[in-house]
Design a protein around this ligand. Structure first.
Ligand code: IVH
Length: 694
């Protein structure tokens, strides 16, 4: 009976039907809770369980008077009904650029000088502190009270983990003292101590559950529990290292800000030291590296941050990381093992990538059985042969790699490796362009590996992210001919009957999948562009394109027109800062392929792709295109550019009819003339500063 009822949308149920279904749901969910938490033997997938909870919630929302005393939604610490809700970060949560050597630390500091327009010898105070490998979280306090916790997610949108974060002892539920701003979002790292991690793994193993690979995975896994009671039982801790949105000033320097965070009740990454030169930074790094074993938790490097907050503002960010900070990573951990074989994978762009299949070995606490061999030349250069004993290395969360061969241990008769000249997936010729490291399959669309990898990318987390449609499903559906192109995903409902008869699938799981697909017919332009998997168009580039062209229609039209290398559309494309001729060539190649255009055409019909929304809506220059020319007096060119971009403007390098403002510095030349010819507004530096608010 309930299965029949569940076909009816919650909005259309009668009160009588609703009561019957709520009763059934209470019974079923209690049963599944017991299986999951009590017996650790769930019968249904998490997605199916979530769907039941969502259904319960939807009916209760419509008929609050029918909420039962034994309702699953009233159970203490019950799981959030719909998995985790999404949280849009009011300020993006960034990642950090990395330095791996003393030279790279020198480059970081030199860049600070250049950007701030300081003499190379001028001291810049930089705060150094340990870098913890956990998972970042944002804690929002309003009126001094913790109101929300969120994960980083993709940096723009994270997951609501409020209930879970409240279970962490280190996280103040209310800020101490009376001087906290009305609104502040504290950012920091959730982590686990080594000893707690080992104890947890022992308990996991004793309970017949899989142990975690490392403390970071254990922390992340614990934080992503749908039931906060499980999280509460995990030994999680929190270090604060920064903040996002804040309603009032928090100090003039990072040092001052750290003192305030501490006074409000947070623990901070220790030890921290204020340094004034590259040498001082490197000394801190060496000391921290040498004494890291004395810390109770693992660290994977140190972080350097400019101390003055006004300088941090000026430095801003680049791509997805602040320009005012960098991580200096510790050298990777290494181990020796046998290379059983070299497998060759075919990626979505047809690149053949060699992968080492290894005798499993523990490297830095993680069992590694596969490692990257990078490419053909690397194998040749290191003379890596199947059967060799190799040195495997892991650094942070980077994919493990084969560093070198232990030649003394080479078995007799090991033959040099010959890289395949044909695609292992489709047998087409695999060729190498002169300037490229990778050999590529020429099979294009006839190559199943490429098509399948593209589909996997299409549904991946930062692209369409369809719940219940992961890599494994794509592979299985591909094999059975259910999904061959992205459009097939959105036409799955035509194959409902076929889906239901698949092994492991039933009425409810098919329904859930189709519902998840429906939900994703709405997508932001930048995600959509990224999902297409055009070579060299990662998230940052997809965002640049979305920002520049605004809508799917405008973008498609411009990209098709950009095939003409002499035309205005091509010029506009390569003038986007961050998109050079090489990226433009890859985009043009994508659009030159009739099949790709056809896929786009169909997708455009199936989906609702939302126009790009510029951040910082109130900014007077949001969405405008500006060009700087001549020398500026109050700031360096890169700083001016970064500020304009932070306010939502696009900065172009050449003037066209689409330019909104040209900012004239000293000795502005041909661009000023061009602006005049085209009737584009020109501004002096002073006028520009007035426009953007100083
Ligand atoms: S500062 C990017 N300081 O490392 C925003 N981050 O690899 C400023 N992390 O996303 C970050 N310890 O989650 C900062 N002392 C520390 C840190 C730290 C760990 C994490 C953080 C960041 C990631 C980048």
């Amino acid at each position: 009976m309930t299965a029949g009822l569940r076909e009816i949308p919650a909005e259309e149920l009668t009160a009588e039907q609703a009561a019957a279904e709520l009763e059934a749901l209470a019974r079923e969910l209690a049963h599944h809770d017991k299986l999951y938490y009590g017996d650790a033997a769930p019968e249904i997938s998490d997605a199916t369980y979530d769907a039941l909870r969502r259904r319960n919630q939807a009916i209760e929302a419509r008929f609050p008077e029918l909420i039962r005393p034994d309702s699953p939604s009233l159970r203490v610490g019950a799981a959030p009904a719909a998995g985790f809700a999404k949280v849009v970060h009011s300020k993006p949560m960034l990642s950090l650029a990395n330095a791996f050597s003393a030279d790279e630390v020198g480059d970081f500091v030199a860049r600070l000088h250049r950007f701030l327009g300081l003499d190379p010898g001028a001291p810049i105070e930089v705060l150094a502190e340990p870098k913890i490998d956990g998972l970042s979280a944002a804690l929002r306090y309003e009126g001094g009270r913790l109101v929300r916790g969120a994960t980083r997610g993709d940096g723009q949108v994270g997951e609501d983990i409020t209930a879970n974060i409240r279970t962490v002892d280190d996280v103040p539920k209310a800020l101490a003292g009376a001087d906290a701003p009305e609104l502040i979002e504290i950012r920091g790292e959730v982590y686990m101590r080594r000893s707690d991690f080992l104890a947890l793994n022992q308990a996991q193993t004793a309970a017949g559950k899989a142990p975690f690979a490392n403390p970071r995975n254990a922390a992340a896994g614990s934080m992503r529990q749908l039931d906060p009671r499980v999280t509460a039982g995990r030994p999680l801790r929190f270090f604060a290292y920064g903040w996002g949105e804040v309603s009032g000033p928090i100090g003039a320097t990072l040092e001052e800000a750290r003192d305030r965070l501490e006074s409000w009740g947070f623990r901070l990454n220790q030890p921290a030291r204020l340094c004034r030169s590259v040498d001082e930074l490197l000394a801190f790094y060496e000391e921290t590296f040498g004494t890291r074993g004395e810390l109770a938790y693992d660290i994977d490097g140190v972080v350097y941050k400019v101390n003055r907050l006004d300088w941090q503002d000026r430095l801003g960010m680049v791509s997805r990381a602040p320009r005012w900070a960098t991580a200096h990573k510790f050298p990777a951990e290494q181990a020796q093992t046998t290379l059983k074989a070299i497998a060759v994978n075919v990626g979505r762009t047809g690149a053949l990538t060699p992968v080492a299949e290894l005798e499993p070995v523990t490297v830095g606490g993680v069992v590694v059985s596969r490692a990257t061999l990078h490419n053909e030349d690397e194998i040749k250069r290191k003379d890596i042969r199947p059967g060799d004993t190799v040195v495997v290395q892991r650094a942070g969360d980077v994919i493990p790699q084969v560093v070198s061969v232990v030649k003394e241990k080479r078995p007799k008769g090991a033959k040099p490796y010959r890289f395949p000249r044909r695609c292992p997936a489709c047998g087409s010729r695999a060729v190498r362009q002169e300037d490229e490291a990778a050999r590529r399959c020429t099979g294009g669309l006839v190559c199943p590996a490429q098509a399948m990898e593209r589909l996997k990318h299409f549904v991946s987390r930062d692209a369409f992210d369809i719940e219940g449609l992961g890599e494994k499903h794509i592979e299985a559906f591909w094999e059975d001919g259910l999904i061959k192109t992205p459009n097939d995903i959105f036409r799955l409902k035509e194959r409902t009957e076929e889906l239901k008869t698949r092994e492991g699938w039933g009425e409810q799981s098919v329904k859930n999948l189709l519902a998840a697909v429906e939900q994703h017919r709405d997508i932001a332009l930048e995600r959509f562009i990224y999902a297409l998997g055009i070579r060299q168009v990662g998230q940052a580039t997809a965002r640049l394109l979305a920002k520049q062209y605004g809508s799917l229609g405008a973008w498609r039209q411009a990209m098709e027109a950009a095939e003409d290398r002499e035309g205005e559309a091509y010029r506009e494309l390569v003038a986007i800062d961050g998109i050079g001729p090489l990226v433009a060539a890859d985009i043009a190649a994508f659009f030159a392929e009739p099949h790709n255009r056809a896929v786009l055409e169909e997708l455009a019909r199936e989906l609702r792709v939302a126009d790009f929304e510029a951040p910082a809506g109130a900014s007077p220059i949001a969405g405008k295109t500006v060009v700087f020319t001549g020398g500026l007096e109050t700031m360096t060119r890169s700083e001016a550019k970064a500020r304009a971009e932070a306010l939502g403007a696009k900065v172009a390098s050449s003037v066209s009819a689409k330019t909104d403002y040209v900012i004239l510095g000293a000795a502005a030349g041909s661009k000023a003339k061009k602006a005049e010819e085209l009737g584009v507004t020109t501004l002096s530096e002073e006028e520009w500063l007035a426009l953007i608010g100083g």
